[in-house]
Design a protein around this ligand. Structure first.
Ligand code: TA6
Length: 336
């Protein structure tokens, strides 16, 4: 691990071992900083040119913070989150791989979020317009192979775009030497910070079919207008559009989720009763979060040896004075 950090410092060419300076900015802000987070866990801080930032822990390859140019936190992390392996961090963007949910031979949502990732000091060439990104990699140990007998390379790039957008790219390659394919499910289990769940609308999932986790995964069809929230929700929407909008009325903010290679979307809020059963989640925190998760669940992904799957997620936060009609979610969803 230390070897990785040293290699990365050499690669990014920063002075003083703290990170790489912004090209030509002359500012003290460094674009990529390797440091210690909660409980001494290693984390990487990404900084954009106008004040935006993101943080990703090597534990779980887990994004735990995404702030806009004003320093406002856009992701939800529970005040009771346990930053201590083997428990997954409650909030941010947990990586669910190679399983989604609890039906399967592995722990709920698979093991990727419970493992230490390494910094990929020799990533294959992968173009980006971001000056602030980090490449992480997860490969199975011998012990891991006992639980899930497949060899893979999971490369995760976390990047801050010039405008403060947060971009996650997952690339999973089957490196089995025995010629065997493998199949996996996946999700970016994103927790958005919202001012009041009762004043949030989600646009882009109307009229779609979904599996309701609260009704034995039975299949239903969503009603014709925006989703609103008055009770626990746990739905897997199938074959969803590239773009989904999450409107926070009080904050006059719209999150736009753009995804590629990831067909489904999970919408989850535990509401009050379930919130009380979660030790790493405050009783009232359900009011200030909503999970909208780009996911591949209905049709898990199968890779033959040598094949690679890529799943991209791009998050942006745009001002929206929805009540004045300034932002028409349909326009946002149809814009490029
Ligand atoms: O994404 C929704 C969900 O599958 C819910 O069923 C709930 O279990 C949630 O994930 C949180 O799961 P976790 O294992 O992180 O507590």
């Amino acid at each position: 691990m230390k070897e990785n950090l040293r290699q990365v410092r050499e690669r990014v060419g920063e002075g003083g071992g703290k990170g790489v300076r912004m090209a030509g900015s002359g500012s003290e802000r460094v674009a990529v900083e390797l440091c210690k987070g909660i409980n001494g866990l290693d984390k990487v801080v990404l900084r954009g040119p106008r004040g935006s930032s993101a943080e990703v822990y090597l534990y779980g390859g887990h994004v735990t913070s995404w702030r806009n140019d004003n320093g406002e936190e856009l992701l939800f992390v529970s005040s009771k989150a346990i930053f201590k392996p083997p428990k997954a961090i409650r909030g941010g963007i947990p990586i669910c791989f190679p399983q989604f949910g609890s039906h399967g031979s592995l722990e709920q949502h698979g093991f990727a979020r419970n493992k230490f990732w390494s910094i990929d000091s020799d990533p294959p060439p992968f173009p980006t317009n971001s000056k602030s990104f980090i490449d992480l990699i997860l490969k199975p140990s011998e012990e891991d192979m006992q639980k899930w007998p497949h060899s893979y390379e999971f490369r995760l790039r976390v990047a801050l775009g010039p405008g403060g957008d947060l971009m996650l790219t997952s690339r999973v390659r089957n490196t089995n030497a025995d010629g065997k394919p493998f199949t996996f499910a996946f999700a970016y289990h994103t927790y958005f910070s919202v001012s009041d769940i009762s004043e949030v609308r989600v646009e882009g999932l109307e009229t779609l079919d979904y599996l309701d986790n609260l009704q034995n995964k039975e299949r239903f069809t969503e009603q014709g207008d925006a989703l609103t929230f008055e009770s626990e929700v746990d739905k897997i929407y199938l074959s969803t559009p590239t773009k989904i909008a999450i409107l926070d009325h009080e904050k006059k903010r719209t999150f736009v989720l753009r995804k590629d290679g990831i067909p489904d979307a999970v919408v989850w809020n535990p509401w009050d009763k379930k919130a009380k059963t979660m030790a790493d989640f405050g009783d009232d925190e359900y009011m200030h979060m909503l999970c909208v998760e780009a996911a591949a669940v209905e049709k898990p992904i199968t890779l033959k040896p040598g094949e690679e799957w890529k799943g991209r997620l791009e998050l942006s936060a745009v001002p929206s004075s929805y009540c004045s009609g300034q932002l028409d979610p349909q326009k946002v969803l149809q814009s490029s």
